[in-house]
Design a protein around this ligand. Structure first.
Ligand code: ZN
Length: 120
């Protein structure tokens, strides 16, 4: 259960940015997941829901943005989306490439509903 430990790290990151009192107001946790990160989105969503159950974060929804695997080629200069794990340039076949995206797994933003809590 790779996704379970990822879900737990996401919760830890949220805890670093949102005080415990504010966690009840967290509505969305936006994460970016690269095609190469090896995460099954459905599985991560399931694990996230399980981890936040009976915590102040239980109303939060995990919003996942998937990022394609892209390589930048030193031979022809193009940046191209490639098959995950294949670092050869799709345009010219050169292996002289850098991976520019697709390996990330990061919390992008946390949406907190400051209006709720009722009774102004
Ligand atoms: Zn190339």
């Amino acid at each position: 259960m790779h996704e379970l430990s990822i879900a737990q790290s996401i919760i830890e990151i949220v805890g670093q940015y949102v005080t415990r009192a504010e966690q009840e107001q967290v509505r969305r946790v936006n994460v970016r997941i690269g095609a190469m990160a090896g995460v099954v989105p459905d599985s991560l969503e399931f694990c996230f829901a399980a981890v936040i159950h009976h915590t102040p974060l239980q109303d939060a929804v995990l919003v996942m943005e998937t990022v394609p695997f892209c390589v930048r080629c030193h031979a022809c200069g193009q940046t191209t989306e490639s098959e995950p794990g294949i670092a050869l340039c799709p345009a010219c076949g050169s292996a002289d490439t850098d991976i520019v995206s697709g390996t990330e797994l990061q919390v992008v933003s946390i949406d907190v509903d400051e209006a709720s809590g009722g009774g102004a």
